[in-house]
Design a protein around this ligand. Structure first.
Ligand code: AP5
Length: 211
């Protein structure tokens, strides 16, 4: 099963992708995580992506389609994948559809996580992540120690107020039109109310997948 997760920054795509991956036994593919790893490793792809990511802009479609081709044609995605924020523009959706058709596959479900803007801002401005193992935390100050690996918690550059505002604008302008594109070209996007406790949201997402 190939599942595309859509939703604004902070909607909980990453959190829910982990839960769904565990429940469904298929891997999560998060382009944000792939890109941050490339930045840390100082690869060509990482160097190209860094300035876009720090500002909260989208990385060029060609970079994303390169990542999707690498992953979706590898044994990792043999049984399927949960694509977390991996499709954010209409050209990316078109490219993925063509790429999958070439190997006789298709997207099976598109879920949209819905959350009000003030809650998104609250979540993102309260997030810190471990600089070593990347575990996210909420309500912990930068400089606190990670429970999992003892690393230091830092704030993501794109969780600074100006970058959060830009990410929300970019989402409205470049990613929201994708909802209509999926509705018209592949299948009706399933909306999931993503405000509420994490486990409740997971149950709603699983219900939406069964419909
Ligand atoms: P990415 O890392 O994917 O950032 P994002 O989409 O902005 O998503 P976030 O990780 O901020 O939010 P999320 O929805 O995953 O929520 P999360 O579960 O983390 O991408 C970063 C950048 O990479 C992009 O800006 C872009 O530059 C580039 N990029 C990546 N993919 C791209 C693509 N396809 N095209 C072009 N560029 C691309 O949760 C957020 C916080 O809320 C956490 O602290 C969490 O604990 C908390 N939380 C989660 N669920 C709940 C809940 N139910 N209640 C309360 N708190 C909750």
């Amino acid at each position: 099963m190939i599942i595309v997760l859509l939703g604004p920054p902070g909607a909980g795509k990453g959190t829910q992708a982990d839960k769904l991956a565990e429940r469904l036994g298929i891997p999560k593919i998060a382009t944000g995580d792939v890109l941050r790893a490339a930045v840390r490793d100082g690869t060509r792809r990482g160097l190209e992506a860094k300035s876009y990511m720090d500002r909260g802009d989208l990385v060029p479609d060609s970079v994303i389609l390169g990542i999707l081709r690498d992953v979706m044609t590898s044994p990792t995605a043999r049984k399927g994948a949960i694509l977390d924020g991996a499709v954010r523009t209409v050209p990316q959706a078109k490219g993925l559809t063509i790429m999958l058709a070439e190997v006789g596959r298709k997207v099976d479900k598109v879920l949209l996580f819905d959350v009000a803007d003030d809650e998104l801002v609250k979540r993102l401005s309260g997030r810190t992540v471990c600089e070593s193992c990347q575990t996210p935390y909420k309500g912990r100050k930068p400089g606190t120690i990670c429970e999992k690996c003892g690393g230091k918690l830092v704030r993501r550059k794109d969780d600074e107020p100006a970058a959060i505002r830009n990410r929300l604008d970019v989402y409205r302008l470049q990613t929201e039109p994708l909802i209509g594109w999926y509705d018209d070209h592949t299948m009706k996007v399933a909306r999931v109310d993503a405000d509420g406790p994490v486990d409740v949201v997971t149950s709603r997402a699983l219900e939406a997948l069964e419909k």
